[in-house]
Design a protein around this ligand. Structure first.
Ligand SMILES: [Zn+2]
Ligand SMILES: [Zn+2]
Length: 196
């Protein structure tokens, strides 16, 4: 895997964390859209990672909607945030004096990256998308939309040159239930999940 150069502009994710912090300050009064529970900044960041920028929900309600255990979802979201510099930086800057979260997201075991696929497997893709150098956040939002428009079980051949994409995509696919079939940066093969 090619590592980003040490001097990369967005190496520490500062710029992207700024976007997240701005969103956090805008949504400070947002509660869970389902049950009305009040949400701390960490809760809102976890919510943003799963359901995006337009509404916020508590872990319990997101778990119910995605039909998984709250603890499992919490752990998956924490590991997702750990692996993305922008989210991790935003998390660390949230005041945790009024809530039960610690100043860093809960680390979890590393994700195994699928690395190889035969030529025949790449040929199974029914859609192709070149995301160029879209990174942190900018990549997964349109990716979510692309996959939503595809039939369950069909595959997308994605090209993404962002240096963090291999880890981001593995974490995001595990988080959302899509299958990362192959990862040979900058090429990725993603199988759409069977649910909605
Ligand atoms: Zn709720
Ligand atoms: Zn918190």
């Amino acid at each position: 895997m090619i590592q980003p150069p040490e001097t990369s502009d967005s190496e520490d994710g500062t710029e992207d964390a700024g976007i997240l912090l701005e969103w956090l300050s805008k949504t400070i009064a947002w509660n869970c859209a389902d049950c009305g529970a009040s949400l701390c900044g960490h809760d809102r960041l976890l919510s943003r990672a799963l359901i995006g920028i337009h509404s916020t929900r508590c872990i319990a309600c997101m778990a119910r909607r995605t039909q998984c255990e709250p603890e499992e979802l919490d752990s998956r979201l924490n590991s997702y945030i750990c692996r993305r510099a922008c989210y991790a930086a935003a998390w660390a800057s949230i005041d945790s004096s009024g809530c039960t979260h610690s100043s860093s997201p809960k680390a979890s075991p590393p994700i195994d990256l699928p690395t190889t696929a035969s030529t025949a497997e790449w040929d199974t893709a029914t859609e192709k998308w070149d995301a160029a150098d879209l990174g942190c956040g900018d990549l997964v939002l349109p990716l979510r939309g692309k996959l939503r428009g595809m039939l369950p079980g069909t595959r997308l051949h994605l090209r993404a040159t962002d240096p963090a994409a291999p880890v981001d995509l593995a974490a995001w696919c595990r988080l959302t239930g899509h299958l990362l079939v192959a990862s040979t940066p900058p090429e990725y093969l993603i199988q759409r999940r069977s649910g909605d």
